[in-house]
Write a protein that binds this ligand. Structure first.
Ligand code: ADP
Ligand code: MG
Length: 626
């Protein structure tokens, strides 16, 4: 992330920005202490002790020895800030080394280091710091060491946790295979990845460390007279708290201001560095996609099971608007299988997720159109209604079953959960139903597999479990988003045959998303071809395969190899799909199309009905459909 984007996100958080400004101001004054026209902070004048603030020559008054409080405050702030910062850098440095080494090597090294850290953590925080200063002797340096030491466990544990997950990632294995030494891997592969965590941990602990150092000084164990940091000023003023409160209240307020501003700023840094928050406002995704549309389209005269009408889903990132869907209309009838096909990035997944309001908001917004399930409008429906439909009447199958199954529950438990989410079924009955479902999706040895964890299954079996969960509540519609893309061809064929059988036996409708015309040919009754967030052609599968009307469809079909046709050159489509934040006027495919004319590059091109049940969005469709 560049510095500009970081600052922008940071500034959006008002409190953090205010904290940052105050802190910068305090730091600048502390830095400027030597050149400011301040009095000597050590010059005593007992005749003028405990002067009130705003007295002549002493803006904030004097302390019990008649020393100027303003001067002492600024010098003390300087000292407190330096000590707090150095302590947190020290703790971060040693804590991170311990964390990275323990997490990277694991096993016995990890055990030894972490048990040492546990021993440090077993003592109460302040007590341990006191014990360390008692052993080393009072003094600011020793207080600094004590505060750094008691904070090492915090960093070590945090960084170890992050490193453990990184140490088994493929890129680290690749670095090992390339023959890099452990030290180099830790420095060049692990460290850059944990650095944001270190920065976040530091920004949230600096405030604490300043406070802890002040605490030790307050007890007389930190800075020694006549030198004073904020804590020892507070300690010295304490004796006169009732008679002359300003001597202790002023440093107290300063500690409060510094710690507050550091903590607010730390929270802001943490939020701005969190990758999930970068692309949107400073909020977590909502439970459903935000809907922000002007008008609701008229309901269709003859509602199907699922009607998408002119659906427009956008991603609003900063001041850019990515139009992932610019008006998608399609319908799925009961028991029908509709294939939605298009290149990667054409908006297929966004279409699928928009149906049930599953596009993450922010940044996703549904900016227009309607989604109707059996005539009922879903985009404006209350969330409880939507939740009632999710996984019950309409269910999903996703591409990567390992990512959608919970790693710590057995597949049996997860299917049972899917059933019980919508029907209060006794456990035994739900389990019997889970078994029945596993048999229905043809998992061998279903009884035993119920007790298996997702990692114990093969990819094809996991996808079958995904299908079983989708079937759990006998839905009317299954939305399958590239369910076979991660599988090898034989397993893909089995899964497709399975889906086809289920559809014929149970009459479920399927919206099948894929980028592969071969798969569509095998499974789908009708197909809708998508390009740059729009449907460009739709019709019965056979008709479209025989005589594609849109040049894009023709080229997509030309990319599919066919058996038994002898040698045939496979043509990749030249060029790339357009960026959705800058769609060209007219036909989005025009720049890649060999038939495009100037007319294709202006105005709106409609999805026109052509032959029976077919429609195409093209001025010069192929064949005789025109
Ligand atoms: P596919 O057809 O491969 O499934 P998608 O529907 O996932 O494509 O994506 C359609 C477009 O929306 C792409 O240009 C993608 O970059 C964009 N997009 C998807 N999710 C997000 C997001 N969270 N933020 C910004 N853009 C997104
Ligand atoms: Mg996708």
């Amino acid at each position: 992330m560049n510095a500009g984007a970081f600052l922008k996100l940071f500034a959006r958080n008002r409190l953090a920005a205010a904290g940052g400004l105050i802190l910068v101001f305090v730091v600048l004054i502390a830095l400027a202490a030597p050149i400011l026209p301040l009095q000597d902070p050590y010059a005593q004048d007992t005749a003028d002790k405990f002067l009130r603030p705003f007295s002549d020559g002493h803006f904030l008054g004097t302390d019990h020895l008649g020393r100027d409080i303003l001067s002492r405050l600024i010098w003390g702030t300087r000292l407190s800030l330096v000590v707090g910062l150095v302590a947190s850098f020290g703790a971060a440095f040693f804590g991170s080394i311990i964390g990275i080494v323990a997490g990277y090597f694991g096993g016995r090294t990890d055990n030894w280091l972490m048990r040492g850290i546990d021993m440090l953590m077993a003592f109460p925080y302040i007590l341990l710091a006191l014990a360390i200063v008692a052993a080393l002797g009072p003094g600011l340096t020793n207080a600094l060491i004590a505060v750094a030491v008691v904070n090492i466990p915090f960093f070590a544990r945090n960084i170890r946790g992050v490193t453990v997950t990184l140490a088994h990632k493929e890129f680290v294995d690749a670095a090992r295979l390339s023959g890099m030494t452990d030290i180099r891997i830790m420095l060049s592969e692990i460290l850059p990845n944990v650095l944001p965590v270190i920065v976040i941990a530091m920004s949230t602990t600096v405030g604490w460390m300043i406070l802890e150092t002040a605490g030790l000084s307050f007890l007389g164990l930190g800075s020694q007279p006549p030198v004073a940091d904020l804590g020892s000023m507070l300690g010295e003023g304490r004796n006169a708290l009732i008679t002359d409160p300003h001597a202790s209240i002023i440093p107290g307020i300063m500690i409060f201001v510094i710690v507050m501003s550091v903590n607010l700023m730390g929270d802001g840094i943490r939020d701005a560095l969190d990758p999930r928050l970068r692309s949107g406002a400073l909020t977590r995704p909502m439970a459903r996609t935000l809907v922000d549309r002007d008008a609701v389209p008229e309901p269709p005269a003859n509602p199907a099971l699922l009607d998408l009408q002119d659906l427009r889903t956008e991603f609003r990132v900063g001041n850019r608007t990515l139009k992932a869907l610019s008006g998608v209309s399609l319908e799925v009838r009961p028991g029908e299988c509709l294939g939605l096909i298009g290149e990667s990035g054409s908006g297929k997944s966004v279409t699928a997720l928009s149906v049930m309001g599953l596009v993450a908001s922010p940044p996703g917004v549904i900016a227009g159109g309607a989604v109707r399930y059996a005539g009922q409008e879903l985009l404006g429906a209350p969330f409880s209604e939507l939740r009632e439909l999710r996984g019950n009447r309409i269910s999903y199958i996703f591409q990567d079953p390992l990512a959608t199954l919970h790693p710590l529950y057995t597949v049996g438990d997860q299917i049972v959960e899917a059933i019980q989410a919508h029907r209060s079924t006794p456990n035994a009955q739900a389990r019997a139903r889970a078994l029945e479902l596993l048999n229905a999706v043809r998992i061998p040895n279903a009884e035993r597999r119920l007790g298996d964890y997702p990692h114990e299954l093969s990819g094809g079996m996991r996808q079958r479990v995904g299908i079983a969960m989708a079937l759990a509540n006998e839905p009317d519609l299954i939305i399958a988003d590239e369910p076979t893309t991660a599988l090898d061809v034989t397993v893909q064929a089995q899964i497709l045959a399975l889906l086809d059988d289920l559809r014929r036996d149970r009459g479920v409708a399927i919206l099948f998303i894929t980028h592969d015309f071969g798969v569509v040919a095998q499974l789908c009754d009708r197909v809708a071809v998508m390009y740059a967030g729009r449907i460009v052609e739709t019709g019965p599968t056979d008709a479209i395969l025989d005589a594609p009307a849109h040049p894009y469809t023709r080229r997509l079909i030309a990319c599919v190899p066919r058996l038994g046709e002898g040698r045939r050159a496979l043509h990749a489509i030249p060029g790339l799909p357009p960026a959705v934040d800058d769609l060209p006027a007219g036909c989005a495919f025009a720049p890649r199309c060999d038939k495009a004319t100037d007319a294709c590059r202006t105005g709106e091109i409609t999805l026109a009905k052509s032959a029976a049940n077919r429609a195409v969005r093209c001025l010069y469709p192929e064949g005789d459909v025109a």
